[in-house]
Design a protein around this ligand. Structure first.
Ligand code: ACO
Length: 333
């Protein structure tokens, strides 16, 4: 069975409640019909109830079975606002400010999760990444022992690369210029994502323009330091670097440039040195090589909140709801 089918089948067994804050958005509504028909998750749409129903009718999306909540009038507002004030005490958030924030579905969604009223969230079809992530950072926060949220993509490429043609790319979505410590954490959380969602044995390559000291530059030094930190954070994982992309994924080049490495030539998790490299890199592979790209799968967050690219398709939304449901259960395939 193909990985995506497995992810969807697993999601349907989990019966998770996923909140979609962009409830009046057409692709989200079309995706909702498919998610409900295929029983992938329970769906909560946020928005003005009449407007959501009217838009669904206009585009012919059958959303019967989805729950619709209007953040501006929902009875949960009072409890959520109190919790927000409590969580942002150190920042001086007032109840009035919290109630205003709750008008925004991108704040209401994370508060549903924080209060146990939803298991995960997916947004970003019409909102910028930062606007989706900021409420999640502020109120859902990171996993214990993890200081940084990052975004991974599952890339489906030629079968000769990675794990039977699947590679995990990271960070492609969040941290513009990670420190060596943050890069090390990204490596460890990316390995966990690869294991949990793809079910592979991670071989993590810390990418650079230099392989094992071939170039001398502060940018390569950062990756060398990050590799050491990641290895000490997770001594049982196969993490190696710094290495160039070809040394990471091509057997002959790996053997030549990094002889003896357990990762070189066989990497299935690629950790990019910066967001520029990661974001450009995944889009190059997607657009020029025609690879299917699923993500970003956000990792390091205390609950699954995922962000879509604004260019996303209905299928992307369906797939990411299934991934989010799997993350919510913290399970593998
Ligand atoms: N992990 C965990 N927490 C974080 C992270 C992170 N990566 N980044 C910021 N935070 C926290 C901060 O600690 C802060 O918490 P606090 O309020 O409790 O003190 C809070 O989030 C806000 O921090 P700021 O630095 O003010 O965050 P800001 O809103 O300026 O930036 C953001 C965060 C929006 C994610 C920024 O890093 C960003 O814009 N990144 C790029 C996103 C992007 O455009 N990606 C490319 C497109 S995605 C795609 O193509 C698929």
């Amino acid at each position: 069975m193909k990985l995506l089918d497995q992810i969807k089948e697993n999601a349907s067994k989990l019966n998770k409640r996923i909140v979609l804050p962009e409830g009046e958005e057409p692709r989200t509504l079309k995706a909702t019909e498919i998610i409900l028909k295929e029983n992938i998750a329970r769906v909560v749409l946020l928005g003005n109830i009449e407007a959501v129903n009217a838009k669904a009718k206009e585009i012919g999306a059958n959303i019967n079975g989805a729950e619709i909540i209007d953040p501006k009038t929902a009875p949960q507002r009072e409890a959520y606002a109190n919790l927000m004030v409590e969580l942002r005490k150190s920042k001086g958030l007032t109840k009035e400010e919290a109630l205003t924030l709750l008008d925004n579905p991108l704040y209401f969604g994370p508060m549903m999760i924080k209060s146990g009223d939803a298991d995960g969230e997916l947004a970003g079809a019409i909102n910028a990444t930062g606007d989706v992530l900021r409420p999640a950072f502020q109120f859902v926060k990171t996993l214990p022992g993890c200081s940084v949220v990052s975004g991974a993509f599952l890339m489906f490429v030629d079968k000769k690369f990675g794990h039977d043609g699947i590679l995990v790319f990271s960070d492609c979505a969040v941290m513009p210029d990670p420190t060596a410590q943050q890069l090390a954490e990204i490596a460890v959380t990316s390995a966990a994502t690869a294991k949990a969602i793809v079910g592979l044995e991670p071989r993590v390559a810390m990418l650079s323009f230099s392989t094992m000291g071939s170039a001398k530059h502060p940018m390569a030094d950062k990756v060398i330091e990050a590799t050491k930190l990641a290895q000490s954070l997770a001594p049982d994982l196969m993490i190696d670097g710094e290495m160039q992309l070809d040394a990471a994924i091509v057997k002959e080049v790996g053997e030549l440039k990094a002889p003896g490495s357990k990762v070189a030539g066989k990497a299935n998790v690629l950790v990019f040195p910066s967001l520029e490299a990661g974001n450009i890199g995944y889009k190059l592979v997607q657009r020029l090589a025609g690879a299917e790209a699923i993500g970003p799968v956000l990792q390091g967050m205390a609950a699954p909140i995922n962000d879509l690219s604004r260019g996303c398709s209905v299928t992307d939304i369906v797939n990411m709801v299934a991934v989010t449901a799997n993350q919510a259960a913290g399970v593998s395939k």
